[in-house]
Write a protein that binds this ligand. Sequence first.
Ligand code: DGL
Length: 258
Amino acid sequence: MEKRELSIGFFDSGVGGLSVLKHAREQLPKENFIFYGDNAHAPYGERSEEEIRALSFACCDRLFERGVKALLVACNTATGAAIHAMRERYQIPVVSIEPAIKPASESKEEGKILVLATPFTIEGARYHRLVDRVGCGDRLIQIPCKGLADLVEKGEFESQEIAEYLQKKFEQFPEQPVSGIVIGCTHYSFIAPLIQTIAKQRLSGSCTLYDGRYGTVRQLRRVLEQDQMLSQKGSARCEILSSAGPESVALMRKILEA
Ligand code: DGL
């Protein structure tokens, strides 16, 4: 088979990365994909860097061994812990997601920017370097969302549990204008409408959402184009693999096709 007709490997700790895959299927309908969800070990965001790195390697090794032509790390947390090491480890393009604070900070509207992400992402050195590079630290309010990815893993994106979780989070903030909310974890993309509704009830300002998945898929296309690796013959077919077995695969298939 020609190299450019190989599949693209997607990886996340669990269901979150499917939000990136859904967008990639729309944008790159002539590609085929293999998605690996490490549902048995999710959530990653409350683990140590060493653990996240070892788990990420184990998953991406499987995708690499399947002969994918590129890897997309659809997990902000794994990006923070392991992206440099992954780029050294695999001899194929590795594209990754990170919190979209740059586009959020380019908004002319005055106000704070809330960054919702896992505790690991927010505490990580890579995120802090990104904030320094963009130079918008004084506008940001970081909100580590311990436990939220776990609720999203259940696959019910409008549950009372999630609504109550978000209400509690936003209650902590004094009334102040919020120009943007960065969806800094791919799991949260599935609950973005609920995040915006609850933020608007509690806070003022436009609360515009910024989700890194769109830029990440654009980057994937750019990289494949540059390397002349865009497929002509695929059909947005997705194979789904999980460390947690058939029930997780079935749930992820349902989420992907919804
Ligand atoms: N979906 C992942 C992210 O983008 C990780 C969530 C988790 O496993 O904690 O950060």
